[in-house]
Design a protein around this ligand. Structure first.
Ligand SMILES: NC(=O)c1ccc[n+]([C@@H]2O[C@H](COP(=O)([O-])OP(=O)(O)OC[C@H]3O[C@@H](n4cnc5c(N)ncnc54)[C@H](O)[C@@H]3O)[C@@H](O)[C@H]2O)c1
Length: 329
């Protein structure tokens, strides 16, 4: 098989090593990398020949030069902050390069339309990382419920503690990350929609800068959901992320294997079977709507159990949108 040529944007960040590993493990070449931060010694683990740039303009010049020599790259892996994704994807497509972009593809759902148009104009493809769809336990669940006609009762709980740095970084800035739902919740919303069908109704019951909870009606499931980056919400004190989906009273275990699915994602993409814009759009629309909806006082039977515990301390704020509540921190 011909080795494919890759460049990577955001290479000094946390998730980039999963992409570098995936490129290596699928036996392909990393040609060039870009990041304004130059803490990228890790590149030597992969090759001594990777061209590294801290300025976009020089990166662009290099990619253009090798393209003109007929040695252009095939894929651009995008690991930059969420608010830069659509710009970096557009750059790839205009250069005639397929984009492999981290989630979420965009923060603002309406920006997907121009990416779809650009795919058509340039004959290139946008792929994204929806790794939970490749998780063995969740594939089993999808198979189990594929012909279901009943409505299932689900509790989704995801607690992934973060320190003070999170609020100071782009991840804590809703205009750059989209907030907790876009940043950490989108995988779970995508997975639920993938298994239980389209969104019929959504509610937000509580939100602050560390957590958010609400209720969702899908075609074949009602979901009480709770997402948190607050260590005080963890059920144990081991500081490990807690992921749980309870379906009709039964817990589905998928705490392990969550972080090892980038190589599998790349294998799918390289076979032309990767997840694209259409696959990602329902969950992007949902988190966009959740971000902009009003926090409501819910029916008691729709509240997530972890939120119920705190119900007496809540002040229901029906005048502010979720976006306003999140930005006031
Ligand atoms: N699929 C997953 O499980 C998963 C896990 C973590 C993060 N992510 C996603 O990966 C992306 C990166 O997250 P992260 O945790 O690695 O963040 P990070 O902050 O650790 O890394 C982002 C990198 O982008 C660089 N950057 C900033 N502006 C840039 C620009 N203009 N051009 C090029 N690079 C730029 C930063 O210097 C930094 O090195 C995000 O979209 C995030 O949502 C996905």
């Amino acid at each position: 098989m011909n080795k494919k040529k890759f460049a990577i944007i955001g290479v000094a960040g946390f998730v980039a090593t999963r992409h570098l590993n995936a490129i290596k493990e699928t036996n392909n070449h990393i040609i060039a990398a870009l990041d304004p931060k130059d803490s990228v010694g890790i590149l030597d683990k992969y090759s001594y020949d990777i061209r590294f740039f801290t300025e976009f303009e020089r990166f662009d010049r290099y990619l253009d030069k090798i393209k003109r020599k007929g040695k252009g790259i095939n894929y651009l892996s995008i690991c930059s902050p969420n608010y830069l994704h659509d710009s970096h994807i557009r750059y790839a497509l205009r250069m005639g390069i397929n984009a492999i972009c981290e989630k979420p593809l965009v923060i603002n759902a309406k920006n997907l339309d121009s990416l779809i148009a650009l795919e058509k104009e340039t004959g290139t493809k946008v792929y994204t990382i929806l790794q939970l769809r490749l998780h063995p336990s969740l594939i089993t669940i999808k198979e189990k419920y594929k012909n279901t006609k009943n409505t299932h009762e689900i509790e989704l709980t995801y607690i992934t503690p973060r320190g003070n740095w999170y609020d100071t970084s782009w991840k804590g800035d809703i205009s750059k990350s989209g907030g907790i739902t876009s940043n950490i919740g989108i995988h779970f919303f995508d997975m639920l929609i993938w298994i239980f069908g389209k969104v019929k109704h959504y509610e937000v019951h509580y939100t602050d800068n560390k957590k958010i909870s609400g209720y969702l009606k899908l075609e074949t499931a009602n979901v009480k959901w709770f997402l948190s980056t607050d260590k005080n919400d963890l059920p144990t004190d081991n500081y490990k992320p807690y992921r749980n989906i309870n379906i009709d009273g039964t817990n589905v275990e998928f705490s392990t294997g969550f972080t090892d699915l980038h190589t599998k994602s790349y294998e799918h993409i390289l076979k032309g079977e990767g997840f694209g814009i259409k696959d990602a759009s329902d969950s992007i629309n949902l988190v966009h709507n959740i971000r902009n909806t009003k926090v409501i006082k819910p029916k008691k039977e729709h509240i997530h159990p972890l939120q119920i515990k705190k119900i007496n301390t809540l002040k229901w704020n029906t005048t502010n949108t979720n976006r306003h509540s999140l930005t006031k921190m």
